[in-house]
Design a protein around this ligand. Structure first.
Ligand SMILES: [Fe+2]
Ligand SMILES: [Fe+2]
Length: 206
């Protein structure tokens, strides 16, 4: 019915680490897509495939990636620091501090993607591949140094983290419901899908 919005559904998160790993799957997927997009724009220009891919990458890193960083900075890493392991706490601090520079670099990438989405085949700034490579390296480091340590958290701690992550997505869905529903239709919701399988096939062709 016109004027009515569906009630946002709070995503259920059973295992917060599985959810964070699913986010990393998407980080890797869209980072690889950035590499393909750079090559595609150089050889084919900003054609329809390029424009669609640029929009998909931009949407993911604008919407879902900030939620992922908050999951880590506000929930997982504080809980890991509570374990009182100095090396682990230092790794949490170091990797958390990388989020700010990543976000700053993303602004340059996003601006280039906007030009591609508008049909302009401008050469990419160096920040584009730098961002993609750094995002994949960062995810790899987190999975090597930090995520396995979540096994040391209590079931209660993990449940609190899951609840906070779920509430964060519920708030995001509520704030931008129309946009999010469109993304969900594209398989590009904020890491609510477990892998990159549902990524729109139109972006896979690049
Ligand atoms: Fe991170
Ligand atoms: Fe991460």
């Amino acid at each position: 019915m016109a004027g009515m919005r569906p009630t946002p559904v709070q995503p259920r998160i059973e295992d917060p680490v599985e959810m964070l790993l699913a986010c990393h799957d998407k980080v890797r997927h869209f980072s690889r897509l950035l590499h393909k997009l750079v090559a595609h724009v150089a050889s084919q220009g900003a054609d329809e495939q390029a424009r669609n891919a640029a929009l998909a990458v931009r949407r993911y890193f604008d919407v879902a990636a900030p939620l992922h960083h908050q999951d880590e900075d506000l929930d997982l890493y504080p809980a890991l620091k509570q374990l009182g392991d100095p090396l682990l706490s230092e790794a949490c601090r170091r990797l958390s501090q990388e989020h700010g520079p990543q976000h700053a670099l993303w602004q340059t990438v996003s601006a280039w993607l906007q030009t591609v989405a508008s049909g302009e085949a401008n050469p990419p700034p160096a920040a584009v591949l730098l961002f993609a490579d750094d995002a994949m390296r960062h995810a790899d480091e987190e999975e090597r140094l930090l995520y396995p340590q979540a096994r040391r958290l209590s079931a209660t701690d993990l449940a609190h983290i899951a609840q906070a992550m779920s509430a964060r997505r519920s708030a995001a869905l509520d704030a931008t419901l129309d946009v999010q529903l469109d993304q969900a239709a594209d398989g590009n919701a904020p890491c609510s899908a477990p892998s990159s399988k549902a990524i729109s096939s139109r972006t896979e062709r690049i």
